[in-house]
Design a protein around this ligand. Structure first.
Ligand code: GLY
Ligand code: MN
Ligand code: MN
Length: 436
């Protein structure tokens, strides 16, 4: 992604805000314990508009006024600081940042409050992520009050505050070609990580040993980090949807579910694979697996421009419910079972979500009572599953089987393209896991 991409986004947003002023801060650094920090991750909105990686930075967009002043994008960031740079590393400083990232102006972050109050004078509208961070709400209210305090000097403060996220979410929902290229790289690395975990898997390993294989492959291939805490769930642990302990042993004749994805230039991949710990599916595992795989195929077929977001889910639910009847876990009329939601005992989540800079990415799912219509460039996950928790009425061969299969897809002009390529069919998985 070049700086021209970020600049184009700021220009587009500047058009939207008219003569208003928009404020987008990046994420704060977060302490993990005492003086150790969590690895730094920028705010996705800020990154989307700037590509600027440092903490303690804010971008302010000042719209054109009365068709006279030019619209401006202005960065506030940390000053150069020789001693801090010796300890913590390079900082751009405003001057170099302005030139390198194509801002109209850049100032030290310490000047933000004063400048903000100046920018807001005689502007109608302020755009900001209201309620996202109380500290920022307070800071912005202070700047507004400073302008209001000058009423007798003839200065006017904005009367309207709009939530900027609605505009940015709509922009982020449809990915351009440069974003698609990064998403493909992210998906390629994540796919390689899953294939590596399959190859390494043996009965008797601990779940965290497979997590280590994923981490190795992600970092070895240059991904920045895991995009979210990975799930490595052996046996019935797979029936705990957000299992992240990853500290149990992997037993022979069971399955392992891995939900893991890396982050590349801020973009998440999100893949789930479920495979036999010993490399061979038994009959019951295969039966359930084939149902989930067929549900995913049905969901892919319903992922196309003009279809609405929930059609993929509805298609998956139909195949999964029919499968549950075949497995004798449900009995009754198919439409009736779907209508009553009886499948939810075994399938309790949605089939997908938007994917991008955030793993559960920005973007509306519904406008009023209408589900969002898919358009080329939108990216969604397709992730059906079946989770058969052990219980008195569950046959032993099926008890504890938890399967999810998750891929990342881009909506195209005619249908969808699947970004992710980790081994997936029974034959592909058994082939890659053969130890001979
Ligand atoms: N890994 C998070 C999800 O699948 O939604
Ligand atoms: Mn997902
Ligand atoms: Mn996932």
């Amino acid at each position: 992604m070049t700086h021209a991409h970020f600049l184009a986004r700021r220009k587009r947003l500047l058009k939207t805000i008219g003569d208003g002023v928009a404020i987008v801060p990046t994420a704060p650094e977060v302490i993990r314990n005492r003086d150790a920090h969590h690895p730094y991750r920028f705010d996705s909105y800020f990154w989307y508009l700037t590509g600027f990686p440092e903490p303690e930075a804010v971008v302010v967009l000042v719209g054109a006024k009365d068709g006279k002043s030019k619209p401006k994008s202005i960065l506030f960031c940390r000053e150069k600081h020789e001693e801090r740079e010796i300890w913590d590393g390079y900082r751009y400083g405003p001057k170099a940042a302005r030139a390198a990232f194509g801002f109209d102006a850049a100032y030290p972050i310490e000047q933000l409050d004063k400048k903000l109050a100046e920018f807001l004078v005689d502007r109608d509208t302020l755009w900001h992520a209201i309620g996202h961070d109380v500290a920022w709400d307070t800071r912005i209210a202070k700047a507004l009050n400073e302008v209001r305090a000058q009423t007798r000097a003839g200065k006017r403060a904005p009367r309207a505050i709009h939530d900027l996220r609605a505009e940015l979410d709509a922009m982020r929902l449809v990915k351009d070609a440069a974003e698609a290229a990064i998403q493909q790289r992210s998906a390629d690395i994540a796919s390689a990580g899953h294939a590596r975990a399959m190859r390494a898997c043996r009965p008797g390993l601990a779940e965290y040993e497979l997590e280590a294989e994923l981490t190795y492959e992600f970092r070895k291939r240059g991904a920045d980090a895991h995009a979210y805490t990975p799930i490595v769930a052996g046996g019935a642990n797979a029936c705990v949807l957000h299992y992240v302990d990853n500290n149990k042993l992997l037993n022979d004749h069971t399955l392992v579910l891995i939900d893991a994805g890396c982050e590349v230039e801020g973009y998440a991949a999100d893949i789930t694979r479920t495979f036999p710990v010993n490399g061979r599916f038994n009959a019951a595992q295969k039966d359930v697996y084939e149902i989930v795989l067929a549900a995913q195929d049905a969901a892919f077929a319903a992922t196309a421009p003009g279809r609405h977001f929930m059609e993929a889910h509805d298609a998956a639910v139909r195949v999964l419910t029919r499968g549950l009847v075949d497995l004798k876990l449900l009995t009754g009329d198919l439409d009736n079972l779907i209508e009553k939601g009886d499948y939810r005992r075994f399938y309790m989540h949605r089939t997908g979500h938007w994917l991008g800079l955030d793993v559960h990415d920005a973007g509306e799912y519904k406008a009023g009572d209408q589900w969002t219509t898919l358009q080329p460039g939108m990216t969604v996950t397709v992730e059906p599953g079946l989770y058969i928790r052990p219980a008195g009425d569950i046959p032993p061969a099926l008890a504890g089987i938890g399967i999810r299969i998750e891929d990342d897809v881009r909506v195209t002009e005619t249908g969808c393209d699947i970004y992710t390529t980790a081994p997936k069919t029974v034959a592909e998985i058994e082939e890659v896991m053969r130890h001979d």
